[in-house]
Structures are given as C-alpha cells and as structure tokens.
Design a protein around this ligand. Structure first.
Ligand code: GTP
Ligand code: MG
Length: 196
C-alpha cells in the first residue's frame, strides 16, 4: 500500500451497534473500549495503525435524549475533523446498523445525508451478522437487501455484512471485515482528490 497517503475511515451509527469492536478488529488489538450496558465511546476517538497507513475515527454512538441532538453533534464534529489535520481527514464513512435491529430510521437517513453533504462517501455496514458456512441468517441478509433497495445516498450499492466477535459456543463466526476494507480502500482511491 502507498504509505504516503493514509486511509481514514469514520465509523458511525447508533450506540451499541459494535463500532468500537470494528476498530479493535481492524487493528487486531484491543484499542477501543467496548461494552455491555451504558453507552461507551464519547465524542470521537482517533486510532492509527503502527505503519500509519490506516486511521479510524471511532464515533460515540447516537442515542435518544442526549445533550446534543445526534445530527448537530455529527455535523459539528465532522466540521472540526475535516478542517483539522489533513492526515486525519475522513475519506470514507461506514454507517453501521446492528443486523438484528432491522430498522432504518429517519434519524439514520439524516445522519447519512449530513456525511454525504460534507463530501464524505458513505458505505452501509451491518454488524453482528450471523453466518454459518456460506449461509447468512435470512433476516440479516433480507435487511441488507432492503437497505440496498433504498435511496439513502450510499456510495457503494452493496451493504457489507460483518461480524467481529466470535462465539464458538454458539457457533458464531467472524466474517466480512476484509471485504469491507477492500471496498473502502477502492472507494477512497476512486474518490475525487479534494475528498482526501
Ligand atoms: N456477537 C457479536 N457481538 C458484537 C459484535 N460486535 C460488537 N459486539 C458486542 O456488542 C456490544 C457493543 O459493542 P461496542 O463495540 O462497544 O459498541 P459501540 O457501537 O462502540 O457502542 P458506543 O461506544 O456506546 O457507541 C459489545 O458487547 C460487543 O462485544 C459482533 O460482531 N458480534
Ligand atoms: Mg464505542
């Protein structure tokens, strides 16, 4: 990979969908705090790979009834990041849904639109997707297909299905991240130069 340029990805979505778990899976390292119960990540935390080629903005999850409405919070933070150090400027965002939530809200649509309006291409990602062998749990692939059929302004027609926390006792497999990363890096290099 070209080490002169870093690929910066923003991971965005509701609280608890598994954004920080994706960060840890990308770096194969427990860098970001994850957890059960109350929302974990606050603000936006930046992580970078040891070789400097991949950076990730781990956004705090959006929740109902917070101090700052999610849309305002996202816009504010995006403006800060994109006008800050160019080494850390976001090239692509992942908008994440928990596969079992089976819901796209107007709030999600508005957040995606805010990213797109800020010039950031957005890729749709399902987390915690159950797969056994070649088979994806039917409701999860149905949800991915439903999103693919919606006009959300996503940059990639495909919604990527992932799972990053294995649970061998329940036969839960890890899958999908490598494919998502390949698509993300292709999208970043295809994007107009001013996006970087
Ligand atoms: N089974 C399964 N569980 C997952 C997966 N990804 C995350 N989880 C679990 O989901 C819970 C929440 O994950 P986090 O990564 O903390 O979620 P987050 O989106 O960063 O949450 P906030 O920081 O509050 O916005 C944790 O208990 C994770 O272990 C996955 O792929 N499969
Ligand atoms: Mg988090």
């Amino acid at each position: 990979m070209n080490t002169a340029r870093r690929l910066n990805v923003a991971i965005v979505g509701d609280t608890g969908v598994g954004k920080s778990s994706l960060v840890n899976a990308i770096f194969n390292d427990q860098r970001a705090a994850t957890g059960i119960g109350a929302p974990v990540t606050e603000g936006a935390e930046y992580h970078v790979s040891h070789d400097g080629t991949v950076g990730v903005w781990d956004f705090g999850g959006f929740e109902h009834g917070g101090d700052v409405p999610p849309l305002d919070g996202l816009r504010e933070r995006l403006a800060q990041i994109q006008s800050g150090s160019q080494d850390q400027a976001i090239a692509v965002a992942w908008f994440c849904w928990d596969a079992s939530s089976a819901r796209v809200t107007d709030g999600h649509r508005a957040l995606i639109a805010a990213l797109v309006n800020a010039g950031v291409p957005v890729v749709g990602v399902l987390t915690k997707v159950l797969r056994r062998g070649d088979a994806i749990k039917e409701e999860h692939s149905e949800f991915a297909q439903w999103i693919e059929g919606e006009d959300l302004g996503l940059a990639d027609p495909q919604v990527y299905v992932t799972a990053v926390v294995a649970d061998p006792d329940f036969g839960v497999e890890v899958h999908g991240l490598a494919q998502l990363l390949r698509a993300t890096s292709a999208l970043a290099s295809a994007a107009p130069e001013e996006l970087h």
